[in-house]
Design a protein around this ligand. Sequence first.
Ligand code: UDP
Ligand code: MN
Length: 297
Amino acid sequence: YRYIIFCGEEKRMLYPKPETLKPPRTDVLTITPWLAPIVWNGTYNIDVLNAQFHKRGVRVGLTIFAIKKYTVFVQTFVETAEKFFMVGHKVNYYVFTDRPNDIPNITLAEGRQLVVLIVPSYQRWQEVSMRRMEMIRDFSSQRFINEVDYLVCVDVDMRFSDEVGVEILSDVFGTLHPGFYGAGRQGFTYERRPESQAFIPGDEGDFYYAGGYFGGTIEEVYKLTNFCHNAMMTDRENKLEAVWHDESYLNKYFLYHKPTKILSVEYLWDNGFGVPDILKRRRFVAVPKNHNAIRNK
Ligand code: UDP
Ligand code: MN
């Protein structure tokens, strides 16, 4: 005998048909030359995507680092994520910290949990930022691979202010840096010293990706973070540190391992840049901080 098990009737889903001759956005680039989508408001239907990802029972890990004084950002980060990040899906927050007692207790919705991971801190803020690559790599192979399907790796000095859902998920994704989305190659602050592992020549480069927002499947995030950490260590042996630390190595990785999806600046904004016309939603924005008061403390 063969048994066919029907897990509930497929629901009829009604939505406007895509219009081949009426692209939803003509003011921004919505696909790369290697055919990766660039995610902007209006380019996707979240109901269609949610149905696909619910069927797979997708589990998402959201990693943040709260080392030393940056623990002050955790409360707002998690509270706003509860409102806007992957609502209705399974989410694990992974909070890397050296100060577990400073991590607040926050009530989470069903299907969501917060895991505190105790890690060492480093003296220089640049090193704290860079070492994220090593720690995400190590926890990916030891823990995340058993617990979640995708990782989303972001800065903690941020708040969610609009929806961020499964439209961001893909094998490996990066995010346009809000300071450089309109810039030419010469304007990108890539590492320009040929001796560095992060070096990008002046006539190469697609986008300037932000260090504070990347992700993908655990396997792809492992490859990305492993590359970046190893490149940093090689540079260190040669007494070099790339100009924008982990961000420079990330940009080098994405030059030769193209992301399969790119998040627009809606997903990483800083209100210091105002609100340009192309920006229909501000989903995740920087929380202003006093650099001197909070760094190296
Ligand atoms: N970070 C931290 N403690 C520090 C410095 C940095 O936890 O003392 C982490 C934190 O997650 C932060 C990230 O490293 O969001 C990147 O640093 P920062 O946000 O200061 O860089 P910026 O966004 O200002 O370039
Ligand atoms: Mn930041």
